[in-house]
Ligand binder design. Structure first.
Ligand code: UFG
Length: 325
């Protein structure tokens, strides 16, 4: 079977590519390398350097014929999306419209789309299941929700099947160390903790310790990127087999506080990791934890690597070579 992975050189995309290759699929990666890395390309996969903003490039790559497509190309910094909605609507919504229109013309289905827990906004109850109200609180989450709605209409009107996969907090690296690219200027907790561990940055800021949680810092549901990646393969196979679209949460169903994550990182890395409590970051809910019962039930998805120690140790394996003080 042949799979096109759009955005396959990025952090999540490269792990998704790895998972399809490991299952024996033939994979073509299409990526503009704006936030993806050449080091994330695998020699077993074909690579096409192209951009979702160029419909003719999508048309050309899709003309090779594929059994399905994973679409991960887009921008993902929630804070930036509030400052630059024009950039985010263009990259995420317009880019996806190009993907959908070219896929429809090429009769390429299903599309496995990388969505986000950001579609829910602040939790009205926990854990968050797929029926939770969708009230995104940042523009990034809004773009993901709009794309999900587009997917639904293309399903109804053009028979294009899809899986919308709502990630909670993706973290960790391939346990075998096969993904090589490190994100530049990371905005997420664990890579920032690692940068503080090796001395790339002097310390980590803890964004608030006065939340109503067990230690006052925010609780999140961290899920290993290889567990996420495997779920893309299962979701693709599910949609193909049942000829039915699917929307699922992917999370570990376990809440971890910021302070707990830093403490485990100190223990595992043996590094001091200086930390300082600063003010709350705007738009951070106190607690986000997924219900991923639907993925477990329909896809048989059981996270293997999403415990805190594996998340930290696989990330540390990537960063320890950069220790410089
Ligand atoms: N945090 C710090 N200091 C930092 C960075 C983060 O204390 O330097 C805290 C945040 O306040 C938050 C937690 O660490 O409590 C995780 O923050 P991230 O920025 O890593 O992730 P978010 O929870 O804000 O968002 C992530 C993805 C979104 C997705 C969401 C779903 O980036 O796309 O998870 O749970 F929607």
């Amino acid at each position: 079977m042949r799979i096109l992975v759009i955005g396959g050189a990025g952090y999540i995309g490269s792990h998704v590519t790895r998972a399809f290759l490991d299952q024996g699929y033939q994979v073509t990666v299409f990526d503009n390398l704006q936030t993806g890395f050449r080091e994330n390309l695998f020699k077993e996969a074909l690579f096409v350097h192209g951009d979702v903003m160029r419909p003719e490039q999508l048309e050309a790559v899709m003309s090779a014929g594929f059994d399905g497509c994973v679409h991960l190309a887009g921008l993902k910094a929630a804070g930036q999306s509030m400052l630059h909605p024009d950039v985010y609507s263009h990259a995420n919504i317009s880019g996806t419209i190009n993907v959908l229109n070219q896929a429809a013309a090429a009769r390429l289905s299903p599309i496995i789309f990388s969505s986000s827990a950001a579609v829910y906004g602040s939790p009205q109850y926990l854990p968050i299941d797929e029926n939770h109200p969708k009230e995104p609180e940042n523009f990034y989450g809004f773009t993901k929700l709009e794309i999900e709605r587009l997917l639904d209409w293309y399903d109804r009107l053009k028979g294009m099947r899809y899986a919308a996969i709502r990630y909670f907090n993706a973290a960790g690296y391939d346990v075998q160390g096969r993904v090589k690219g490190l994100e530049l200027n990371p905005e997420n907790l664990l890579p920032i903790v690692m940068e503080a561990a090796v001395g790339i940055r002097p310390k980590i800021s803890i964004f608030g310790d006065d939340y109503p949680t067990r230690d006052g810092s925010c609780i999140r549901d961290y899920v290993h990127v290889s567990d996420l990646a495997e779920a893309h393969v299962s979701a693709f196979e599910y949609v193909l087999k049942h000829d039915k679209s699917l929307t699922v949460n992917l999370g570990s169903q376990t809440g971890v506080t910021v302070i707990e994550m830093i403490e485990r990182a100190r223990a595992i890395t043996g590094r001091a990791i200086p930390a300082e409590v600063t003010g709350r970051r705007a738009g951070d809910p106190a607690e986000l934890v997924a219900s991923s019962g639907k993925a477990r039930e329909l896809l048989g998805w059981v996270p293997q690597y999403s415990d805190v120690d594996t998340l930290v140790s696989t990330t540390w394996k990537m960063y320890e070579k950069y220790i410089f003080r």
